[in-house]
Design a protein. Structure first.
Lengths: 158, 81
């Protein structure tokens, strides 16, 4: 583990200047592309989004957070297209009165995003994108197809 | 009635197209449509139980009744972050 500790009288410039007086916590999370995928070295991850639906699903998550925690603001950037190893693919900033709700909201946001926001990735190895298998266990139960009792296959639906 | 089905991520590899149009009967459900699409594109059946389904920008379950002109998205588990 690397650590960096600074004790300084200078302002901490990373704190957003627009924060209001009642806010005491700013949580910032960066998701960074790892150098391996499924145990193999990669050069980058290519992200594809269904952008219209992704925006809508993010808005639903933001609303759920607003209804649960006294969060003042959320800023989120998710990269699309190719993101090189060691670059951030995701940045989330949550501002709230206290650290507990800021961390909780940030965790909730990312967990919900990984379950519901239509963004997919392909590992890029030496210029060739390859499919990264989705993890079925991430699929929320309410969105899974019901088991059995499927209608007989037909080119023309019911 | 006619609906449009869009494919995302590696589902496009399975179907070799971005979207298709299907005629469905009045009262057809999203589950009915999924079955019809899997018959047309058998490789999608490999992901039958983990396929996510949306009508417009909202997820829907298999009992959702479709309407004329609906745009359906079929895709694998999402992977953002």
């Amino acid at each position: 583990m690397k650590t960096q500790l600074t004790l300084s009288p200078e302002p901490i410039t990373e704190v957003p200047p627009a924060i209001s007086d009642g806010m005491g916590a700013v949580v910032v999370f960066h998701g960074v592309v790892r150098g391996t995928e499924d145990g193999e070295s990669i050069a980058a991850i290519h992200y594809e989004a269904n952008e219209t639906m992704a925006r809508h699903q993010f808005e639903l998550i933001f609303t759920a957070i607003e209804n649960q925690w006294p969060v003042e603001s959320i800023r989120l950037v998710h990269r699309v297209g190719e993101v090189a190893v060691n670059e951030a693919s995701l940045r989330v900033e949550v501002i709230a009165p206290h650290r507990a709700e800021a961390f909780a909201a940030c965790q909730f946001l990312i967990a919900e995003m990984k379950a519901k926001v239509p963004i997919w990735k392909r590992a890029v190895r030496e210029g060739h994108a390859v499919r990264v298998h989705g993890r079925a266990q991430r699929v929320p139960t309410q969105f899974q197809s019901p088991q059995g009792n499927d209608p007989s296959p037909s080119r023309r639906a019911k | 009635m006619k609906v449009t089905v869009k494919f995302w991520s590696y589902f496009r590899d399975f179907t070799e197209c971005n979207e298709t149009s299907l005629e469905v009967d009045d009262g057809a459900t999203l589950g009915d449509l999924h079955s019809a699409v899997m018959e047309q594109f058998p490789k999608l059946a490999e992901m039958k139980n983990s396929t996510l389904k949306a009508v417009g920008v909202d997820y829907q379950t298999d009992d959702f009744v479709l309407s004329d002109g609906d745009e359906i998205s079929l895709f694998p588990p999402v992977q953002g972050g």
